[in-house]
Design a protein around this ligand. Structure first.
Ligand code: NAD
Length: 358
């Protein structure tokens, strides 16, 4: 089969981890006789440097013309002082919005061999956990009305959380479809004791689940409690559905308890098969150019792309098994180092994964 992938290398460690992902894709391609072509699309800080904007119309059209988008990470201190609409992260919001990618799927699983990298108490870590956070991605406060104004006390700033029934319905269906393939237990996270938008969220999640997915048991959890439960007893979570901002925060927390932010992939999906796949971490400017980055999150993002956009389940499972095997053999990058182990760089770790694939 032929597949065209738009590749956003981005900034910081972006080019290093992208090279890892492409090397893995090429290894799978030659084993299974697939043909992948890559369109390297500028976005983020490097696009600002070249074109003055984080995402050009041409870049956006090239993403739209691809079968899927692979994104490393954008941003860095060089562009931090720019006004909001010109910041590198604007590129992500642009691609998500224009491709209609309303659902962000973030698995967070504690691999038993990385138990010692988990910052939780031994008794909690040894129970392990394996959850998927389904985050609404194109609504809520990150896209709501915002601004500054003068109030009675002087200058004020405001951001607005707004969700329509239709937005909540479609993200609930994505979460329920995932829950149906797992434990059939869905936890919806909101702040319904305070926010009206959360009360509408809660009503809608329950209505969709009850009428369309009667086999699924839905429970609710307030976001402050969810933040606490994630470190107290993460094993209780299986599939979680939540809003854009709550999902942003909780999924970073979930990632950290897996051992490292460098391990976790994500998929952003819309109504059709073209999705955007990216590690959940940022551009890690502190380690850029040093060959220190952990490539696993990006490699596992490729596995998600194969499964969810291309329907290549066998190839996806093989990539995941290769990563597991490498970790099982004790290979570690610096961010997940055990005492006394020699760290591997990004390139060497990628080579170990590719050896497992062959
Ligand atoms: P970050 O995720 O880039 O880094 C946080 C910490 O985790 C750093 O110590 C970093 O070295 C480490 N880390 C991250 N990825 C790693 C990997 N693969 N291997 C080993 N260690 C890794 O978050 P930050 O420092 O808050 O942000 C840096 C820049 O990235 C900012 O400009 C931010 O806006 C941007 N950012 C981009 C995205 C994205 O492109 N999707 C997401 C988050 C942050």
């Amino acid at each position: 089969m032929d597949y065209k992938i738009a590749v956003i290398e981005g900034d910081g460690i972006g080019p290093e981890i992208t090279a890892s992902a492409i090397a893995v894709i090429n290894a799978v391609a030659s084993k299974y006789n697939h043909n992948f072509t890559y369109d390297y699309v500028p976005a983020g800080g490097n696009s600002i440097d070249r074109y003055g904007v984080p995402l050009t119309e041409d870049a956006l059209q090239r993403c739209k013309a691809s079968d899927s988008v692979l994104l490393a990470a954008v941003g860095g201190p060089k562009w931090d002082a720019l006004p909001g609409h010109l910041r590198p992260e604007r590129a992500l919001l642009g691609v998500r919005k224009e491709l209609g990618l309303f659902a962000n799927i973030r698995p967070a699983k504690l691999n038993p061999v990385l138990k010692s990298a988990c910052p939780l108490k031994e008794e909690v870590a040894s129970r392990g956990f394996d959850m998927i956070i389904v985050r609404e991605l194109t609504g809520g406060m990150y896209y709501g009305e915002r601004g500054r104004r003068t109030g009675e006390g002087g200058e004020e700033a405001y951001d607005t959380e707004c969700y329509s029934v239709a937005e909540v319905e479609r993200i609930t269906r994505v979460a329920c479809d995932i829950a149906m393939k797992r434990s059939k237990h869905l936890i919806s996270v909101d702040k319904a004791n305070v926010l009206e938008s959360s009360r509408l969220w809660r009503e809608t999640v329950h209505r969709v689940a009850t009428t369309e997915y009667p086999e699924i048991a839905v429970s609710d959890m307030l976001v402050d409690n969810a933040a606490m439960q994630l470190i107290r007893n993460p094993a209780q979570f299986d599939v979680v559905v939540t809003s854009n901002m709550f999902g942003d925060i909780l999924s970073d927390e979930a990632s950290q308890i897996t051992g490292s932010i460098g391990l976790l992939p994500s998929a952003s999906l819309g109504a059709n098969t073209c999705g955007m796949y990216e590690p959940i971490h940022g551009s890690a400017p502190d380690i850029a150019g040093k060959d220190f980055a952990n490539p696993i999150a990006t490699i596992l993002s490729v596995a998600m792309m194969f499964r969810l956009s291309f329907g290549l389940e066998k190839e996806a499972a093989e990539i995941e098994a290769a990563v597991d095997a490498v970790l099982q053999k004790g290979y570690r990058t610096r961010d997940i180092l055990d005492n006394g182990t020699e760290p591997l760089g990004c390139k060497a770790m990628t080579e170990r994964v590719i050896e497992q694939l062959n």
